[in-house]
Unconditional design. Structure first.
Length: 178
């Protein structure tokens, strides 16, 4: 009886798809991480990958409006601000879409099937928080990041993002690809 239950449990475990979140940016380090993940997992049929890129922070002028004591004007200003924010996210996503497209091509080059890949943007001032929020909300079991020293232009994983993920990502497996 116990043996039968263990076999049934193992079969269920094997059929549950693994969801992996791969944080990507424009650095060559991302390419190494994608090559590693794709080569390792290309034959694992139950693995789905999301390529996740965090947009740069929204400009300060789009974070709040001047405000008004008149509720009608306040409502209008709020709606205008929301529209401006939506337009900015749309424009920024279009401008940075090539990063996800290149990442997808790198993953495809390893033989990983593109029909098991999702492309997604995050938008947050705090890159680590954006990655963690996506991992938690999306039900990902594994987060993959690359570690590299960043300059001002290479903000994604510089400045302690990887270390913060290691500290705060309880319940997730973290793969750090050097």
């Amino acid at each position: 009886m116990l043996t039968q239950s263990l076999r049934t449990m193992r079969r269920r475990e094997k059929s549950v798809p693994s969801h992996i979140l791969v944080a990507v940016d424009e650095s060559p380090h991302t390419g190494r991480a994608l090559h590693y993940v794709g080569t390792l997992l290309r034959h694992a049929r139950d693995v789905r990958i999301t390529l996740f890129h965090v947009l740069k922070p929204m400009p300060r002028e789009l974070l709040e409006h001047g405000g008004s004591e008149d509720p009608v004007v306040e409502s209008r200003l709020g709606a205008e601000l929301q529209q401006d924010q939506d337009n900015w996210v749309k424009a920024e996503s279009e401008a940075e879409r090539p990063i996800l497209a290149r990442s997808l091509e790198m993953l495809r080059a390893t033989g990983f099937p593109s029909d098991r890949v999702t492309l997604k943007f995050g938008q947050e001032d705090d890159v680590a928080l954006s990655i963690l929020d996506e991992a938690r909300q999306g039900g990902y079991g594994t987060i993959v990041v690359s570690r590299h020293a960043g300059t001002g232009a290479k903000r994604l994983f510089g400045g302690g993002t990887t270390e913060r993920l290691l500290r705060d990502a309880s319940g997730h497996t973290i793969w750090i690809v050097d």
